[in-house]
Design a protein around this ligand. Structure first.
Ligand SMILES: [Zn+2]
Length: 64
């Protein structure tokens, strides 16, 4: 039993999900900070995607 398959090949073989370049340990899982920022911006956009609930007119608070 010496030919055991590697449990995790992720690491050195990790590739940048943004551009596909080999990921740098300092910027894992990305190849550079730039790609990291790109990814960050992506999900930030998703988070910012709030439904525009704007109503034409006055928005009076009608609480009794
Ligand atoms: Zn990259």
């Amino acid at each position: 039993m010496s030919d055991r398959p590697p449990l995790r090949v992720v690491g050195r073989n990790a590739k940048c999900p943004i551009c596909g370049k080999p990921a740098e340990p300092a910027h894992r899982p990305f190849c550079s900070k730039r790609c990291g920022d790109i990814d960050l911006g992506r999900w930030l956009k998703e988070s910012y995607r709030v439904p525009t609930d704007e109503r034409p007119g006055d928005s009076d608070d009608d609480k009794g």
